[in-house]
Design a protein around this ligand. Structure first.
Ligand code: ADP
Ligand code: MG
Length: 735
């Protein structure tokens, strides 16, 4: 610990507020410091005199409502000792449900305070009792106090905090107000540089905190939001700019293009021409590889847009310049597929020094957990001796026993399965920092890329190679079309009879286990009553006995099989020895079987938009028309069906990614906690606040250019630490 006093924001609440308030805030909201409470922002604001619409109150939830007392009666209870006070409140609307009954047992003051005409705010859980809306023993606070009526006070908006059953919004408000009165704002460091605050006429930190918690009017709230949003964006963008600058300052070995090398010969052998996007991105990458500091590039493109080809061309340039390249894939299945397809694409160029191979060619090796014994030793030797130019594998590549001769380029496929840490670990295995190319098929809107992948430069492949057949997607609602439960399998049969192959995707492996968290949309209907979800095991069994599918060769693939089994099944499907594959989302990324033309996704509502889009990218890989059926048992109109409709409506991955952001809560996108407490994106909205993010990004770049160590910006440097820790790494790596 340092000798210094803690900064004002780190002061414990119990030293600033009373013990009772402090422990309630800690117990119910996890807030322990001054900074945490100041940053616990209201969710919304009530205009005084504006009543809550009772017809729209959610049931069985904790609510805060503002209503006017209509009547108040107290009587002795017959069966028990004591009194029962029944207060009826209304929202003054003339039609529909406009009243709530409040029941107080042995009211302490309610019978005297809640007189007809009184306006008050109530908090509690709304239940329905004898078809009346009821709040039992609600907490309440009077809004108009005749004695101290103050016209100005009456115009102020009332902040509503995210509250819990035990800690109501106005108790939080009272604690915050007590704090605002005693905090020494001069001791809170402002991360926003003064010149920027002046330029943009931002509120001072003190004004911003005062106005967000105790606003004059709604314009002040907006100004406070504006300042905190900018502040947040600046902190984040400065952290990312610093990371970029650090990377750019690193030295790497330049791998310039060599004439008459493998790359040129490979290009000459291609049976098709590169798409415009492939050429453009290829040129950018070629130029960056030729620099003596590392490339850090994110390549986005729809499934099938030809990213792997772009990566392969980059690898060949590096090999021509004397280096080695690794391609890291998230699963063994995918690594195996890359290995096969890259060897196929390279042909004799991949058989350097081998009989019948090209004498100037290179060699491609595969290293996964299931490559063991002598085979593994041989692979390791080839890597170490530079015999192997291209190394393809899984996490096994991170093992210490892998020693490269001269690692020049790392390609990471499907970034969202790899974290920054793993990227760094792989980099550490090279003599000098290698160049890095990250590929993802999950389209990332620009602002998200700026926010989440701000340390990488971004390229996008927008067009698909010509001759690619589109995918037709249909939403199949079993509630309104029960007949489809059978019709689906008849359609699958037709496909198989035409010599095609079918995927059936289920959200679960078996029925015995709990939900496999990896294959679930984390927020989807949590807590909903659980109807049994389609499991790979049950569906495979069911389909095996289905007369309409008799004779169809069915395989099963999921994460609990050992890798030999997985690889064998995948190989059998690829080679057409299986007609129908029942699987979990293990087939989500990269798997490429052009003859597969149909995908049935069962309980599709359990998957997210991006995941569904990825999944259906597995069909229609060749020139054959693909069909994807999104099967759901949810009622029409269920909110989770919106995602399915979005996926049905378009195959434009970028539009879907935008929809996805709109339909999800922000926190889910960035993977941060929802509490509103610590290092989440609190006010910043990655889509809506594009302009703010853009501005902050430019400002951050200027700051870092002028002062990479942030020596002149200690407050900003400190804010980055506070904001990003302890989830710093986790935060920066989200995809
Ligand atoms: P991605 O990695 O983006 O999913 P791939 O690189 O695997 O896409 O390409 C998908 C398929 O398209 C592969 O079979 C590949 O050989 C082929 N392909 C790539 N680029 C082109 C092109 N320019 N023209 C025609 N086919 C292409
Ligand atoms: Mg791919």
């Amino acid at each position: 610990m340092t000798e210094n006093l803690p900064a004002e924001v780190e002061f414990e609440l119990k030293r600033r507020l009373g013990q009772r308030s402090a422990s309630a805030l800690e117990k119910h909201l996890g807030l322990t410091t001054v900074g945490e409470l100041l940053n616990y922002f209201p969710r919304r604001y009530l205009k005084r005199g504006e009543l809550t619409s009772i017809a729209e109150l959610p049931r069985d939830e904790n609510v805060t409502l503002v209503a006017r007392v209509v009547s108040c009666t107290t009587r002795r209870m017959r069966a028990r000792k004591g009194t029962l006070t029944d207060v009826v409140v209304s929202d003054d609307s003339v039609r529909g449900l406009n009243q709530v009954h409040l029941t107080f047992f042995n009211a302490y003051r309610a019978d005297k305070e809640l007189l007809p005409g009184t306006l008050a705010m109530f908090a509690g859980k709304v239940t329905t009792y004898q078809s009346q809306l009821t709040l039992t023993n609600p907490d309440y606070v009077l809004l108009e106090d005749e004695s101290g009526f103050d016209a100005e006070e009456a115009r102020r908006p009332v902040p509503l905090y995210p509250a819990t059953a035990k800690l109501s919004s106005w108790r939080i408000k009272a604690a915050v107000e007590a704090l605002l009165d005693i905090v020494d704002f001069s001791r809170i460091e402002d991360p926003v540089p003064a010149d920027i605050a002046i330029r943009d006429r931002l509120y001072s930190l003190e004004d911003a905190y005062q106005q967000i918690h105790r606003p004059q009017d709604m314009e002040s709230v907006a100004k406070a939001h504006e300042r905190f949003r900018y502040q947040e964006a600046l902190i984040l963008q400065t952290a990312l700019a610093r990371r970029r600058a650090q990377a750019a300052a690193e030295e790497a070995t330049a791998r310039p293009h060599r004439r008459a090398g493998l790359l040129e010969r490979f290009d000459a052998s291609l049976p098709f021409t590169l798409t415009g996007g492939q050429q453009e991105v290829g040129a950018t990458i070629a130029a960056e590889l030729a620099e003596n500091h590392p490339m850090n590039r994110l390549l986005q493109g729809e499934v099938g847009s030809g990213k792997t080809l772009v990566a392969l061309r980059a690898m060949l340039q590096v090999i021509d310049a004397g280096g080695q390249a690794v391609l890291m894939a998230p699963t063994e299945v995918l690594a195996g597929q890359h290995y096969e397809s890259i060897r196929r694409m390279l042909g004799p160029l991949a058989e350097g020094g081998m009989l019948g191979g090209d004498e100037n060619g290179t060699r491609v090796v595969l290293l996964t957990g299931s490559v063991v014994g002598a085979a593994r030793r041989s692979v390791l030797r080839d890597i170490n001796s530079n015999e192997a130019g291209i190394v393809i594998g899984t996490h096994a590549l991170l093992s210490k026993e892998v020693e490269y001769y001269d690692l020049g380029l790392i390609v990471v496929d499907e970034q969202h399965r790899f974290g920054v840490e793993q990227r760094d670990q792989l980099r550490a295995q090279a003599i000098k920092p290698p160049h890095l190319l990250v590929m993802t098929a999950t389209p990332i809107p620009r602002t998200v890329a700026m926010t989440v992948f701000g340390d990488l430069e971004t390229s996008v492949l927008r067009e698909l190679p010509a001759g690619r057949a589109p995918i037709r997607t249909h939403l199949v609602g079993l509630v309104e079309n029960p007949g489809w439960a059978e019709r689906i399998w008849a359609r699958a049969r037709e496909e198989v009879d035409a010599g095609r192959q079918v995927y059936v995707v289920c959200p679960k492996i078996g029925d015995d286990e709990g939900e496999d968290p990896a294959s679930f949309e984390p927020t989807a209907d949590a807590g909903e009553e659980s109807r049994p979800l389609a499991s790979v095991q049950r569906i495979a069994e069911f389909l095996g006995e289905l007369p309409v599918l008799s004779g169809v060769r069915i395989g099963v693939l999921h994460g609990r099989l050992d890798s030999t089994e997985k690889n064998a099944t995948m190989a059998a499907f690829t080679e057409g020895q299986l007609d129908l594959l029942v699987s979990t989302t293990v087939i989500e990324v990269g798997v490429d079987v052009p003859n597969a033309t149909m995908m049935v996704i069962l309980d599709a509502d359990r998957f997210g938009i991006s995941q569904l889009h990825q999944l259906r990218g597995r069909v229609g890989r060749g020139s054959l028309l693909g069909t994807c059926l999104l099967v759901t048992s949810l009622e029409p109109g269920h909110p989770s069906r919106e995602r399915l409709q979005a996926v049905e409506a378009t195959t434009d991955g970028f539009r879907l990614a935008q929809d996805d952001l709109k339909l999800r809560r922000e926190g889910d996108i960035l993977g941060s906690s929802q509490s509103g407490g610590k290092s989440t994106l609190k006010l910043l909205r990655v889509i809506k606040d594009e302009a703010v993010i853009e501005q902050a990004r430019n400002d951050a770049a200027a700051i870092i250019e002028h002062d990479a160590q942030l020596g002149d910006y200690p407050e900003l440097a400190q804010a980055i630490e506070l904001y990003l820790n302890p989830e710093k790494e986790a935060f920066l790596e989200r995809g």
